[in-house]
Ligand binder design. Sequence first.
Ligand code: ATP
Length: 329
Amino acid sequence: MQTRSIEETAADVAALPASPAIHSQGLVKRYGSIVALDGLSMTVPRGEVFGFLGPNGAGKTTAVKLLVGLTRPSGGEGWVLGAPIGDREARRRIGYLPELFRYQDWLEAREVLSLHCELAGIPRRRRAAEIAEALDLVGLTDRAGDRVGTFSKGMQQRLGLGVALLGGPELVLLDEPTSALDPVGRHDVRELIRTLRARGTTVFLNSHMLTEVEQVCDRVAVVDRGQVIALGTMDELRGADTLLRLRLGRVSEAALEALHRAGALDVEADGYTLRGVGRDAVPGLVAQLVGLGCEVYAVEPRGQSLEDRFLELLGGNDAGADNRAPHHS
Ligand code: ATP
């Protein structure tokens, strides 16, 4: 078999018409005997809001640190914006909000942003405009001259988001961006992510908050013990394509037989649940039921809640283990 060097593969990825924002193949990260990432493979196309969802200790922060180039993989390969992970030029086009961070208490918000403009190599003439835009995006314009030490945790998190957005990055990686925010702040972050999406920015969102991911992400990877165990749109993950709730009036014997033939039928007090029917088959099934004299009041695609699906996935991934402790090599 012909083997290819990392440089050759990187050149291939960069040469794609629009190289994906993120592409990883079998990324491994070990900390001593702890395996934090165990062969992480995924692709995030440009312009997508991608949720990286997993329980505590699943490897989310480790993955982001590798993608940003803050730590080096123990194995595998990864590309970000067409460049191998850790590439300094690509790093300038990436925004990053770390999970746990603290800016110097004595600096004003504006000074923190100014410092990061300098670190990011943003030209001096553009800095004032960049800082003003970042403050506006995260709702801190009125507090620009206040010291970080006087900020609440939520305001510090907003400032961190402002730092991540300096210079108009093509890809923004947010590690638990709303952990310190109140409901209004969470709503604001969702709106901000939508604004970024509208601008074509790719957003990689680390979270263990299902509702947050559910409301804002185009696609989600569920990660557990350092591996992606499911990946897809919300509908795909919840199985909304294949589960129907039916409210029917009079149901003839023939209609009931047709339902049984169509999929796995549960008859409940308030209606019927039918599993295994693809979306495309729904109109034909309704026509058939009506033709058989059935009164059809409602037909709704109904997946599991993301939470149920999430717990089911993690349960299925337990493989006999009774807790989610990190595994050792
Ligand atoms: P959380 O939701 O709690 O932030 P996470 O999904 O971000 O969790 P990571 O922080 O990536 O998880 O940690 C994955 C595993 O790697 C954990 O078992 C953690 O203890 C371990 N780990 C992470 N960083 C280090 C480190 N610097 N040294 C040793 N072990 C580490």
